[in-house]
Write a protein that binds this ligand. Structure first.
Ligand SMILES: [Zn+2]
Length: 428
């Protein structure tokens, strides 16, 4: 894999791959036209899904629409995988690589009023994480690639996943035999992000921070107040980079800021430790100190218990110390394969407007995405696709009350990722 990508880089930089570039461009132009032709029908599907949102594990209507659409395209369709999961299988005209594309289908509970004209008709439920758009883009890719069938070498698997919001859908589909049904060599997927419509963001390795709760157990201690302030001083001493002032939303809103956000090389979201609070509690005879935090570096996550333990053992509380361990893990970061990230970025850059492909230099805090469970089985890349349009007052920051999506991003998503999948399937 490594040698291949070095060769590819060498060929790209020396221009020997011109014929390949021309081929990429002509494939892309064809895909662009095919996407334009179905765009208005995709907007209709998206709005229908938006009007009829379904909570995690209840995506019956959505999965029925997905399965019908895929069957109409002539794909082999499997349903009820891990709940309401659907898989569509598109076999190309020739043998090649097998590529999977994943979309999620569920919506979220919220009482905030809808901000679009095509309002949710299911009280208290809305698509404020953009999964209606993800589902629509995946259907669009399936449509375009089924028109490219003769050109396609290999097989494309479309995974429509339920229950992403509860972090159970990917696990349930895998436990229900997903990888007996499909055998992908690579897997890809996307989430709507706050950048401008059509901007594709990508980053190797972790996309989000690790989120954990560390628990230290002490013997019954007479001076709990003193112990608590001692432990608070230790964990506060670990804080780095991001200011602790303000609520999590104040921090999250900065992730799309051009000066300090994720797309700036000088981003504040690189190499940080955010403390979410430390507290001493007493349960029966034991005293516990719990500290919840976000940390970007897995090596630091692994070494922290040892560092903290050392500081306790060097203090007057050493005789009270019993144990230290991670009691809770809320981490949910996709782990993008570095080689595939590089190859996918070069492939997209070969046909897509350069300024529309923006690398990320940091890791967003507070977010999670269960795409990581597929990446534990198959190497893959998870992208962000911008959906904002400041001029139209549309801000696509997931899970915010005013979340909305500029629907032009459906077109950008379908054309660029259909082209990427085609190139990856046909690559040797
Ligand atoms: Zn989401």
């Amino acid at each position: 894999m490594k040698l291949k990508s070095i060769l590819l880089l060498l060929l790209l930089t020396t221009g020997i791959l011109c014929t390949q570039c021309d081929k990429n461009t002509s494939n892309f132009q064809q895909i662009e036209k095919q996407t334009d032709a179905i765009y208005s029908s995709l907007v209709k599907i998206r709005r229908d899904l938006h009007v009829n949102p379904e909570l995690s594990k209840q995506e019956k209507r959505t999965s029925q629409i997905v399965a019908d659409y895929l069957r109409n395209l002539g794909l082999e369709v499997k349903t009820n995988i891990g709940g309401n999961g659907v898989v569509g299988i598109l076999k190309g005209g020739k043998k090649g690589r097998n590529i999977a594309w994943r979309a999620d289908m569920d919506a979220i509970k919220t009482d905030d009023p809808d901000v679009v004209d095509f309002k949710s008709q299911n009280k208290g439920i809305r698509h404020i994480c953009g999964h209606d758009v993800h589902t629509t883009i995946a259907l669009g890719i399936a449509n375009v690639l089924s028109q490219q069938k003769e050109n396609l070498e290999g097989t494309v698997y479309f995974i429509f996943q339920p229950a992403e919001e509860t972090f159970t859908g990917a696990k349930d589909m895998i436990a229900d035999g997903l990888f007996d049904i499909i055998q992908p060599d690579e897997i890809y997927g996307l989430h709507i992000g706050p950048e401008a419509s059509g901007v594709i963001n990508v980053k190797a390795n972790e996309l989000f921070a690790y989120q954990k709760t560390l628990q230290v157990k002490f013997k019954p201690n007479t001076n709990k107040k003193e112990l608590e302030s001692f432990m608070n001083a230790i964990v506060k001493g670990l804080v780095r980079t991001i200011e602790q002032n303000g609520s999590p939303w104040d921090i999250i809103n900065k992730i799309s800021d051009s000066k300090v956000g994720l797309t700036n090389k000088e981003t504040i979201f690189k190499d940080y430790f955010i403390l979410q609070g430390g507290r001493l509690t007493t349960e029966k005879e034991d005293t516990f100190y719990n500290a919840s935090f976000l940390e970007t570096d897995i090596k630091r996550v692994n070494s922290l218990p040892f560092e903290i333990k050392k500081q306790i053992l060097d203090s007057k509380f050493k005789d009270s110390f019993i144990s230290i361990e991670y009691a809770k893990d809320y981490s949910g970061t996709p782990l993008n394969d570095p080689e595939l990230t590089k190859i996918a970025s070069q492939t997209i850059a070969s046909f897509y407007t350069k300024k529309m492909l923006a690398p990320l230099y940091g890791q967003a805090p507070y977010f999670g995405e269960d795409f990581l469970y597929y990446q534990q089985k198959v190497p893959g890349v998870f992208f962000f696709l911008g959906g904002s349009n400041v001029e139209k007052g549309i801000v696509s920051m997931p899970h915010t009350p005013n979340f909305a999506v500029d629907e032009t991003t459906i077109k950008y998503g379908v054309q660029s990722f259909a082209a990427l999948i085609l190139e990856r399937a046909n690559s040797k």
